[in-house]
Design a protein around this ligand. Sequence first.
Ligand code: SF4
Ligand code: SF4
Length: 443
Amino acid sequence: MSELNLLKSLDYSVLQQCMHCGMCLPTCPTYDETKFERSSPRGRIRLMREVADGRLDVTETFAEEMSYCLGCLACTTACPAGVDYGTLLENARGEVERRGVIGGPARRLFRWANLSVLFRHPRLMRAVGRSLWLYQKLGVQSALRKLGVMKLLPQQLRVMEAATPTVVAPFSNARIKRIEMPAAPAKYRVALLTGCVQDLLFSPINRATADVLLANGCEVVTPRLQYCCGSLHAHNGELELARDLARKNLDLYDVEKFDAIISNAGGCGSHLKKYAELLHHDSQYHARAVAWDRKVRDVSEWLVEIGCRAPQSAAGGVRVTYDASCHLLHGQKIAAQPLALLKLLPGVDLVPLAESDWCCGSAGVYSITQPEQSAKLLGRKLEHIAATGASVLASGNPGCLMQIENGMRRDPRLAHVRACHPVELLAEAYRREASRIGPGGAE
Ligand code: SF4
Ligand code: SF4
């Protein structure tokens, strides 16, 4: 027990911040479900402190509680003491992995294949994406499903198979040139991060992001091959792998040459803005990481900052509702900007979504690790979406879009509802405007 653990290695003030006031309890979806103190932010912080102090060992129960937490960070928005719960959770999960208290060879193999191999090698990721695209496009997946072959899989693989997202080709490198210039002289120069999951599943969002940036006077630089930001690794307790990916990303960009580094994925952005903290012991990279953190912006944040131009063309009476991604809202504290962009759209009826600030149950790999709780949260979200009567659901994170799209497809009340990123609606409005005005400028 005297051995230094990851929680113990943290600045002790981080552990002492919590004053046990309980303000976070009503905002926590897992406490709401169980009403157990140990499943609350306050309870988990208490457990972490006990581990740091050497009074509690890292047991299976401790590990399960850390895994049951969504990492949604709603507690950090509610907390008057500014507890850095995200850092605590990452280190607690890191300690769980270091001690190897949970999981057998299958879990270890799954984590190694994904975290150490797939999500660290972008070329391999694209190759796997292409194979999956073919498998889906040629109808093999639907044929196997119809034949009932999937029912033979072990339970966890069945859950994963049912949630397999649809790969969308072509990927970002085929949709976006390395450098694209706006029609008028550029006012800003920005780098565009295309993500790993977003690149395979939502490359049209990346194209729309580039289009909206161009329409607002930005020169857009998009490296052809980019690395995963490492958020998946950090949130799953693999901090060394997350550091390795952060360094690789920092090596790709000459930060000083950009006005901003643009992310359009709430979860990634939240992690990308904390590279300096992640690399605080790294004398070679820390200064660069500080400069990087200062430049990273969510696309909605950047567009509002530079005064996004309102499109002139109406969408025609579309009812839109907005679901806040937890890491965009609670991690990055970006609440008003996506709504401000949606309000710029002429002809759009923007209706509020109840509990927009409540997690949809996606939370990285939560739908795989905690399928029951994830399904409960998704069900709750779908009820609220149905109540809005909206035909479009906008959200700023690929994980949330995947989870909600999945749920809506299976719900007859919502099967017609389109899930998309706010920038896609903006890009479409600019395109409508351009086709109405025509290349010569005439209406
Ligand atoms: S991150 Fe979310 S689930 Fe975890 S303790 Fe905080 S509010 Fe609860
Ligand atoms: S709101 Fe903050 S200080 Fe209060 S109990 Fe929760 S984590 Fe601790």
